[in-house]
Ligand binder design. Structure first.
Ligand SMILES: Cc1cc2nc3c(=O)[nH]c(=O)nc-3n(C[C@H](O)[C@H](O)[C@H](O)COP(=O)(O)OP(=O)(O)OC[C@H]3O[C@@H](n4cnc5c(N)ncnc54)[C@H](O)[C@@H]3O)c2cc1C
Length: 445
């Protein structure tokens, strides 16, 4: 398995790894094949996930730019084709109270506005492109796994109402049973906005839109070398060298430090894994997840889950640290045991699918959309910390504006700061293991 901290690039033309999404996505759209021979372009985008595809679409359609995307494997081969499918008002992983404490109420409001714009961007793209991606009705629950967590959820609802003017509300344990049954249902914070969909169909829809607008999407074209001269950048791919005056780096959690020294060490790739059960019976649905809303829980190492349109249950969380470890079946078993603890009625339900991917965590656990220092006309966005479906599509649009020198910067100014490099790089994964042990201890208490 590709591990960004071990391998120099994600491969060349690798197929999607097996998943429920791949099995149910239908026919992949046309692309422009691998690069064959030298190319010259205004803007080259590296990475064909939501960030890169959205950036290419907005550059080509809204700015008339000549743009091509270089993808190592196939479109949405990274997170965008394998995620948990929640499009929420989200981006990064900093609790609201901490965000307000760190940056103050005005910046928190500005950032919340960006995240709301993210959700609006996904909805707009789905409507504009007529993207058929199995959209579920809006609704998100953050579920208390212990009675002791309900007070903090009530306080969080209060912050949403009073500081952000947003109508989040607390749902008591009894009322929650109609949406979320099972052993760990002590109440929830409900966000009225946010929906689930089919992530690969969404990515392919944005790819179709980008190509229709004139962008080219070259697959099986990893960037394996990068040099710069007075005329711009030279990106080496196996099929030919691409000369570009401007470059957008949209490789996010799949970024190898070998891509460019200026980008190295700015995100920590963190592995997240998903299992999907066999379809549930009507009785199992009633006693586990009667609602099809997006769910996640109050653990430090949280689980996210939803019921799929064919009554399977998708369940995800973090367990493995390295790519090699992720292949060990104990991590899939860990998810299954956790699912059964949450929903004892699902004790015997078989698991039909399991897969994982690399989410990108920045040092401040918040996203970035910035111009890379030390490189002329190079831009990047990422660091969504596992909450990037909506924010990445929005960041792609913001990147397009930044590349063209239009659009105003966000009032949440931290978004545009250069992401700090993680210190003690050789010990990152040791630190991650220690953090996981501590979180698990706290979650189990
Ligand atoms: C298991 C899992 C569950 C998730 N669940 C959710 C969720 O429910 N809701 C949510 O909001 N977010 C979720 N996320 C996160 C979300 O999917 C991501 O934030 C989002 O898809 C990031 O998109 P991206 O385009 O920035 O990166 P990616 O989709 O990861 O795309 C990066 C691309 O860059 C390519 N690349 C890397 N190096 C090179 C190179 N040298 N040359 C060419 N190409 C290269 C890769 O092949 C890859 O296709 C989840 C992520 C995972 C892994």
């Amino acid at each position: 398995m590709y591990d960004p901290l071990v391998h120099s690039h994600p491969g060349t033309g690798e197929a999607h790894s097996a998943s429920y999404w791949v099995d149910t996505a239908g026919q992949a759209p046309a692309d422009d094949g691998p690069v064959t021979g030298p190319l010259d372009v205004d803007v080259a985008v590296i990475g064909a996930g939501y960030t890169g595809l959205s950036c290419a679409l907005h550059l080509a359609r809204d700015h008339g730019a000549q743009v091509l995307v270089l993808e190592a494997n196939t479109t949405a081969w990274g997170c965008s084709g394998r995620n948990g499918s929640f499009a929420r008002i989200s981006g990064g992983r900093v609790p609201l109270a901490e965000l307000i404490g760190r940056y103050g109420k005005d910046t928190a409001r500005a950032y919340f506005g960006e995240m709301q714009a993210g959700l609006a961007t996904v909805k707009r793209l789905i409507a504009e492109g007529g993207i058929e991606c199995d959209v579920q009705p809006d609704g998100v629950y953050k579920v208390a796994t212990k009675a002791a967590h309900t007070e903090s959820l009530k306080r969080e609802a209060g912050l949403y109402n009073e500081v952000l003017g947003y109508p989040a509300y607390f749902v008591g344990a009894e009322q929650l049973q109609g949406a979320h049954a099972g052993a760990e249902s002590f109440g929830a914070l409900r966000m009225p906005d946010g929906f689930a969909m089919h992530p690969l169909k969404l990515a392919w829809g944005v790819q179709r839109m980008a190509r229709a607008a004139g962008a080219r999407v070259h697959v099986a074209s990893p960037v394996t070398g990068w040099s710069s001269d007075a005329k711009g950048h030279l990106l080496v791919t196996p099929g030919g060298v691409v000369r570009a005056r401007k470059v957008v780096v949209a490789t996010n959690g799949y970024t190898s430090p070998d891509l460019h020294p200026q980008l190295a060490g700015r995100v920590l790739p963190v592995h997240s894994q998903i299992i999907v059960t066999a379809p549930l019976s009507a009785e199992q649905v009633r006693n586990s997840l009667p609602s099809t809303d997006c769910m996640f829980d109050t653990r430090n190492l949280l689980f996210y889950y939803r019921r799929l349109p064919d009554n399977r249950l998708l369940f995800g969380g973090r367990s493995a640290v390295t790519g090699r470890e992720a292949e060990n079946p104990v991590h899939r078993q860990f998810l299954l045991d956790s699912l059964r603890r949450k929903f004892p009625v699902l004790g015997q339900v078989p698991v039909d699918y399991g897969w994982g991917g690399w989410v990108a965590v920045s040092q401040n656990s918040l996203p970035y959309i910035y111009q890379v220092p030390g490189l002329d006309q190079v831009f990047s966005a990422g660091g969504y910390a596992g909450s990037g479906v909506s924010f990445s599509l929005h960041a792609g649009q913001r990147l397009a504006d930044m590349v063209m020198g239009t659009g105003l910067p966000s009032a949440a100014s931290f978004l545009h700061q250069v992401p700090q490099r993680f210190p003690f790089q050789p010990f990152l994964r040791l630190g991650q293991r220690l953090a996981y042990s501590w979180y698990r201890f706290q979650d189990a208490r």
